[in-house]
Design a binder for this molecule. Structure first.
Ligand code: DP6
Length: 323
């Protein structure tokens, strides 16, 4: 019997965003999405059998916040209910990047946890089943199971599939962390507010599907210019929908806007770089891997930027140790 498993997953950044949930309890997305996993954003999770009759959790060496504990406990309950694991576990997670700041930590967090639990489970789970399970923890986590450039369609019970592997693409991202004193509203709460109150929500759902299709074909053609344009336009459409929520859901701050303006300026001068932004003020800048260092150096000099880290594309979630 397996008692302890260590797994690793890379966080991913969506080029075409999942924003909004379909009805039901299985955390199904209302929009299809495409992402790129990043080798520079790593989560490692250890799951070990607990002799006590309850689960326990640590996140970066500390006890996580109440709502984080609840989400992870619910996730373990789901695995128990489905007969995939038995008993209770100690879960210890380490992110090598800021947690819960719109930097996609739930994507790698739930993917690493699902991967580790699959190592504990005596059932043989396919990648598709594992991706669906990860999705039930956090929608974006489904894509981190497969890694590379991955898509997740909308369907009754979607899983993510790889479009292009990490080795097969010469694009990467620079993660630009901006100074942000205030805590952002979580994606989960944000999506609900947006769906319930934004007058543009229905339009967003339509646009998201169009962007997804166009982006998928641009990726297959390896057309970075088209991919970049669609990535920016899709993020801006999502943010327009968010901003129109009542009360407004404004994830940008002054530094985010400054970075965006700089990116547009660099591009006008011939540097091929594109931005995207999730449910937090930080940015991810897409470019050819050969440009990443130069972009990171420039971004780091922008007033209010805390760090700028180049990252190559990352592969699928994996089990690192089993005993
Ligand atoms: C803006 O996957 O964090 O990053 O399913 O509620 O956990 P839950 O949401 P989550 O949402 C990600 C939102 C996004 C866009 C994306 O990654 O596609």
């Amino acid at each position: 019997m397996i008692h302890r498993v260590k797994a690793r997953a890379f966080a991913n950044i969506a080029l075409s965003k999942y924003w909004g949930k379909a009805s039901g309890t299985e955390n199904r997305p209302a929009t299809p999405s495409i992402s790129i996993a990043l080798a520079g954003l790593v989560t490692e999770t250890v799951v070990a059998k607990n002799t006590k009759n309850s689960d326990s959790f640590t996140l970066n060496g500390r006890r996580p916040q109440k709502h984080e504990v609840q989400r992870m406990r619910d996730f373990l309950d789901l695995w128990r209910k489905r007969g995939l694991i038995r008993g209770h576990y100690r879960v210890s997670t380490d992110n090598d990047f800021p947690t819960a700041s719109g930097l996609a930590s739930s994507s790698s967090g739930f993917a690493a946890l699902a991967m580790a639990l699959s190592g504990i489970s005596e059932k043989n789970l396919s990648v598709a089943e594992l991706s669906r399970l990860a999705r039930m923890g956090s929608g974006s986590a489904a894509r981190s199971i497969v890694g590379g450039v991955a898509r997740m369609p909308v369907s009754k019970n979607p899983d993510a599939q790889e479009i292009v592997s990490a080795d097969d693409i010469d694009w990467g991202m620079v993660i630009v962390e901006v100074e942000a004193p205030e805590k952002s509203i979580s994606s989960r709460e944000g999506m609900q507010l947006c769906a319930e109150t934004s007058p543009y929500y229905k339009e967003w759902l339509k646009q998201a599907k169009l962007d997804y299709r166009a982006l998928e074909s641009a990726i297959i053609r390896r057309d970075l210019e088209e991919v970049g344009k669609l990535t920016e336009a899709n993020a801006m459409a999502m943010h327009a929908c968010m901003v129109a929520s009542r009360p407004s859901l404004l994830y940008f701050n002054d530094v985010s806007l400054r970075v965006i303006q700089e990116v547009i300026r660099w591009r006008k001068k011939g540097l091929q770089v594109y931005f995207t932004m999730d449910a937090g003020p930080h940015l991810a800048l897409l470019s050819k891997t050969s440009n990443l260092k130069k972009i990171a150096n420039r971004a780091a000099k922008i007033k209010g930027v805390f760090s700028a880290q180049p990252s190559l594309p990352g592969g699928p979630a994996v089990i690192l140790e089993k005993s």
